[in-house]
Design a protein around this ligand. Structure first.
Ligand code: TYD
Length: 205
């Protein structure tokens, strides 16, 4: 496929959207057409699925949750991401399947391999060219998130151990695929992080 596919990952509160915004602006300044998107909720049907995932008040079992994230992702890839890549564009997504491996696999304590396989089946095996992992200890990320002033959603309300497991899973994923991942210490300043990301992306465009 001709385009470039970049995902941003990390636990809630690490500053993914700020860095994704900055990278989008930089790529546009280099003359690239960028499709900026997110999961869950990058499509119309995805917005409906997102409402259930983030705001449903009653019980939602772990496998049902994993399947809903996978459904959102399947539709997102088929209707938005693949077409953009086929047009030769750059796709930047705020979260992709590593989120499911970290949150549903490790966080919810489902099998990480099964969750990964489910997601990869959903997207026909499409992997990002680059995954930027913003890393922070779970308690630091939580304090930052709490400082944002917005009410925590269904997942953000999970206990700190959930996010500690998710963080560790992300680090393990990055270690297993060092060529796909760029791990950034999210305690650094916004500018320092952006420079590291731009340096890496420069080698890909
Ligand atoms: P996000 O849109 O990053 O949150 P916000 O808009 O509140 O910053 O993601 C929503 C939540 O969904 C977040 O807590 C992470 C979680 N999530 C999963 O548990 N599994 C997944 O596969 C994805 C994509 C997100």
């Amino acid at each position: 496929m001709a385009g470039l596919f970049i995902s941003f990952e990390g636990i809630d509160g690490v500053g993914k959207s700020t860095q994704a915004d900055l990278l989008e602006t930089w790529l546009q300044s280099q003359g690239k057409t960028v499709v900026r998107t997110l999961e869950p909720g990058g499509t119309e049907v995805g917005i409906e699925i997102r409402k259930i995932l983030l705001h449903h008040r009653g019980d939602l079992t772990p496998r049902a949750e994993a399947a809903l994230f996978a459904a959102d992702r399947a539709h997102h890839v088929a209707s938005k991401i693949r077409p953009a890549l086929e047009r030769g564009e750059v796709v930047i997504t705020d979260r992709y399947f590593d989120s499911s491996v970290a949150y549903q696999g490790a966080g919810r304590e489902l099998s990480q391999t099964e969750v990964r396989d489910l997601s990869l089946w959903a997207v026909g095996g499409l992997l990002p060219d680059l995954t930027v992992l913003l890393d922070l200890p779970a308690d630091v990320a939580r304090n930052r998130r709490n400082g944002s002033g917005t009410e925590p959603d269904r997942l953000e309300s999970e206990k700190i151990e959930f996010f500690e497991r998710a963080r560790q899973a992300y680090l393990d994923l990055a270690k297993a695929e060092p060529n796909r991942f760029l791990v950034i210490d999210a305690a650094a300043s916004v500018d320092v992080m952006q420079e590291q990301i731009v340096n890496r992306v420069t080698g890909l465009i």
